[in-house]
Design a protein around this ligand. Sequence first.
Ligand code: MIC
Ligand code: SF4
Length: 644
Amino acid sequence: MGLTISQKIIKEHLLSGEMKAGEEVSIRIDQTLTQDSTGTMAYLQFEALGIDQVKTKLSVAYIDHNMLQSGFENADDHKYIQTVTNKHGIRFSRPGNGVCHQVHIERFGVPGQTLLGSDSHTPTCGGIGMLAIGAGGLDVAVAMGGGPYYITMPKMVRVTLKNKLAPWTTAKDIILEVLRIMSVKGGVGKIVEYAGDGLASLTVPERATITNMGAELGATTSVFPSDEVTKAFLKAQGREEVWTELKPDADAVYDEEIEIDLSKLVPLVAKPHMPDQVVTVKEIEGLKVDQCCIGSCTNSSLFDMLKVAAILKGHTVHPDVSLVIAPGSKQVFNMLAETGALADMIEAGARIIECGCGPCIGMGQSPKTNAVSLRTNNRNFYGRSGTKSASIYLVSPEVAAVAAITGVVTNPADFGEPPVVSMPDSFKVNDNMVILPAADPSDVEVVRGPNIKPFPAHHELADNVEGKTLIKVEDNITTDHIMPSNAKLLPYRSNIPYLADYCLTPCDEQFPARAKENNGGFIIGGANYGQGSSREHAALAPLQLGIKGVIAISFARIHQANLINNGILPLTFADASDYEKIGMLDDLVIENAREQVKAAVDGKPVTVKNATQGYTFETNLVISDRQAGMLLAGGLLNYTRENN
Ligand code: MIC
Ligand code: SF4
């Protein structure tokens, strides 16, 4: 039987397990990336593992999220990351060099290699045929130390793209269409591969938009073949030598097939507050717009920016609209300046901000009360912009640029001719903002600011796990609900006690206080609990509050792994109707929890007693032997110490 592209890469990197969907496999990681808001924690954990030098082929630390320095905290964390990476063999991409995923695909990604990143949009590099996966910081720390990365062998989905995009439709519309079809939980446990004659007309930045936003499907990752388009891109980056051809075998078997006729797509938009709430732009035409943000790791390439500049040229931004543009990397910014496109943006009245995540993660540029904000980002979760009453719509850069001029959502076909932009034969290459690791690590002193606080204590699993239900939430709760991130909270990413006071507050302001009063307890979740980011803070903050288990209808992949890594039980209701029955502040008991966790490895259910209502119910805990070990030990760090 033939292999898909990702199966080929997994096979090349396989360390343990059988490549059968649903089985746990472990793979060797060639490259890692971290960014600053997950990075401080990842490097503290790397230090705790006691490894001297990274063992990967390449590891890069980016500073791109926590860029507003309104106090000492972010700058201190940047310095910590700069010094700790310098000491341990990791390259350091300085603030100003750009968003991790954009820079990584430009300068470091290699087709056929594996990349693990402490950011959920790491799959962006699937656009050049890497197997690129997002994970919690601790998993990345282990991979930097040369340890294996464990995944559940995913099912394979093939999305066949036929024909060519019609004028004004874009790669963003392709991934929005996939989201419309599959939904935000449709990709869980799957890898999405792209195929078909439509690929030939899609540039690498367009492919990267699609693989980037594949994270919103909940997929393990998304991958494009590495072909002549990939080769031309790498050549233009001066890196042709890393190119290899990668395609699936002709008889590769896929578990699911989707076909999209690109010529029939129209401009699409995801409505608040979920990336799969997709409708056509036409359906919301005329909606008054207050803000347009163009950038983020989804749509900040030179290709995107040149099109935006061409649309803006000769126009003025509508008086009621604030247009914010963040180029994705220094390379993009520099080339915009050299081609004069930047001048067209400035002339039109755009507010150009530095290369970084910026508004995407609420790091500044929060819109006004009740605002309508059109953004080229990948996520529009509730409250993420920093303004709870704002409505965020996800669109292509073209749709955002046109609306910035007209002041209302406009079908771009009514605006005029679409901009025609081609990829450059060569990019401006200058890696002067990437600091190489120290030649002599003993020369480097790691600088730790006062904002770095110890992690919460991890305890081994008790025989009887008991506590009250402290909160009950609906389906699709995101990590932005569990551990909100914005300009005010991001500076505390290395201060879990501080962050814990904000845990789950978008759902219930009283949750942290209630958890403290009751010495911890349980969280009750709906389907796809913990979707979104890779932030392990969404497990660490509950741990700080004494949470022992989350009982949900289903979990998102990275969050589930982060819970296990931190010794919190991720249980799913065997019978979804038990979700309805359970009440607030019910007393739950898991008797013989240690024995039950061991038995769960063989597929036995975990029984939970609801002492308040006087009944028991069954839950599932789908774990491997190794994961059982982590839960018993109280998390991955304890488990690693015990087993070394
Ligand atoms: C996001 O887009 O939600 C983030 C911020 O990049 C997160 C990482 C984080 O929380 O630091 C992600 O995608 O993993
Ligand atoms: Fe940054 Fe937004 Fe991309 Fe996350 S999704 S890495 S916050 S640009």
